[in-house]
Design a protein around this ligand. Structure first.
Ligand code: KIV
Length: 307
């Protein structure tokens, strides 16, 4: 499509021109206008479609998929290829929300140019519109911004640092640590980050960072003053098979819903109650008649041969 076909300066969804696409600048506008940003994770087509149709602004293909989809103990093992596979599925479902791919552990921890090359794969091969990196990786954020790849930073409890942190612990609890995270947040903004995720930090600290930055902050376990909130989808619908974290409000019990449905199905199969006649395909009466006639003539021939 020619650029001149774009309707005015509005962004629109390439899949549906009637929808205004959420972009990084649109999220910055939301912060300026005091509109709160809703974000959730998704890893597959069906969930991503539900999120998008419900008007969620930002969909993150989080490396949390290592835990909630692949059953790993932490997020470290998921690979770039696995993340690409899930990002493609999510991308196909989304019309409006911003699609963000999480860069997995190891994909940006070496050289900056390796990090840029991996980020390019998310944009080129999976259709991601931004990537997220954990920690104060200022040089990388600079390089990604130079490479026209929108970046989302992530500070505080960064799950890829689980071994360094000695577990999943609330961060920024001392005056020094508070100063450090504020400095890092500012540095990421100056390096070009378009959004900053704040995870597992005291509410007061998140509030100060949110007030000091012009880019939006999105909190998870960081209190209500952030410019938006994100949760892991499986946590909010009780599908993560893990004790509920303090911050993870459960909005539905999908485990209970699915378990009941699965048990009912098993019982129905065991008692031949599924499928019912109306759930079965049938031969047309013409074909039935034809088959009946064939059967009768075979019987007649057998009879005659016996006689
Ligand atoms: O991987 C993830 O799901 C995340 C968010 C929860 C912020 O990084």
């Amino acid at each position: 499509m020619s650029l001149t076909n774009f309707p005015g300066s509005a962004n629109f969804s390439p899949l549906d021109p009637s929808i205004t696409k959420v972009t990084i600048p649109a999220l910055a506008d939301m912060k300026r206008q005091g509109k709160l940003i809703s974000a959730l994770t998704a890893y597959d087509y069906a969930t991503a479609r539900l999120l998008d149709e419900a008007g969620i602004d930002l969909v993150l293909v989080g490396d949390s998929l290592a835990m909630v989809v692949m059953g790993q103990d932490n997020t470290l093992a998921v690979t770039v290829d696995e993340m690409l596979h899930h990002t493609r599925a999510v991308r196909r479902a989304i019309r409006r929300a911003l699609v963000v791919a999480d860069m997995p552990f190891g994909s940006y921890h070496g050289t900056v140019s390796d990090g840029v090359a991996n980020a390019v794969r998310f944009v080129k091969e999976a259709g991601a519109e931004a990537v997220k990196v954990e920690g104060p990786r200022v040089a990388l954020v600079h390089a990604l911004t130079d490479a026209e790849i929108p970046v989302i930073g992530h500070l505080g409890l960064t799950p890829q640092s689980v071994h360094r942190m000695g577990g999943y612990r609330v961060q920024a609890k001392t005056a020094d640590a508070v100063q450090q995270i504020k400095t890092n947040a500012k540095a990421l903004e100056e390096a070009g980050a378009g959004v900053l995720v704040l995870e597992g930090i005291p509410r007061e600290v998140a509030a100060e960072i949110t007030a000091e930055l012009t880019i939006p902050t999105i909190g998870i376990g960081a209190g209500p003053e952030c410019d938006g909130q994100i949760l892991v989808f499986h946590d909010m619908v009780n599908l993560s098979f893990a004790p509920k974290a303090k911050f993870a409000r459960r909005y539905a019990d999908a485990a209970e819903l699915f378990r009941t449905a699965i048990e009912q199905y098993r019982e129905d199969v065991e008692h031949r109650a599924f499928p019912a006649d109306e759930e079965s395909y049938h031969l047309s009466s013409a074909v039935k008649k034809e088959m009946q006639a064939e059967r009768s003539s075979v019987q007649t021939i057998k009879h005659l041969r016996k006689a």
